[in-house]
Design a protein around this ligand. Sequence first.
Ligand code: SF4
Length: 322
Amino acid sequence: MITTNKTNQLPFIQKWSEKMNGSHKPMKEYEFSVTELLKEATAILLRRRHYDELECDIQDYADINAGTCVHESLEEFAKECGYIVEKELSYSFMVAGYQVTIYGKMDLYEPVDVELADIKNTKEATYNKNANGQDDEWQRQLIMYAALSYLINDRTWFNGVNGMSIQARITDLSIVKNAKNGESTDKWRLLHFDAPSTEQRNNEILRALDRIREVLALKDTPDEELPKCSDSYCWADVKYKIYKRKAKNSEEHNKTAVSGHANYPTLEDAEKGFADAGFTDDMYVIEKTGGEPIRCMYYCDVKNFCPHYKKLMESKNEIAES
Ligand code: SF4
């Protein structure tokens, strides 16, 4: 990973960024991390193949690296409150003739109330997506830690799981905007999930093993022939959402969709949800969202090596020139 300083900030910022970026090393060939397995096969393979060429500017990682510092500091205090912190979990499986290991580092485990937790420094939109079920990455990550803990079953520290939490710190909160919209101005948010059932834990393991199988099947496929990530992974899904208008008949509506009405796959479904909830046109509105592969365009760290991103950019340039 190459750390760049394109905006010429002072040298100690560059040094700090290099140190923080160097703390996340890639896995060995048959080792897969829990967070890596939340990605799709093409993104996993491109990151592994091009890790040394990946460029990361100090601007891109300013929030992430600051979050890591907060994270480390919070864990010190969690220890004082009886939590086991940064517990390493590792379990081996045979997949397609290879012995593979799934590896994870669980932020926090409380052995008396048997709760596991993860700390997130996050944007409010990401928090909201995970809180309203539009995105399930955080819950899946926690389920995976629980599943690995049950498989390892080391009774010197593990007593089961009664519940799972995300302790989040919102990094981009606008107090004024949220207060005006009647939305929460809390910077600390706690998201709780019930203990996962055996079925949920097994499903999460099976899903991870399927992903590993896919990666192994593609390991000799050249970059240009790797499959495109799914629309949902690229955040290109078209969704219909119901928003509350800011005032009666106002053209403007709240930034966040009404809870439970953020994930309709078709307009017909949204219209049915609208009618069933008893919403009226003067106070609520249905909007179509998505369609553009947002992750590919703005968030994917391997996009410069991805043939599908290249095609996307070529077609955008063609449209702009015509
Ligand atoms: S650019 Fe898009 S398709 Fe390519 S690896 Fe990233 S998310 Fe997947």
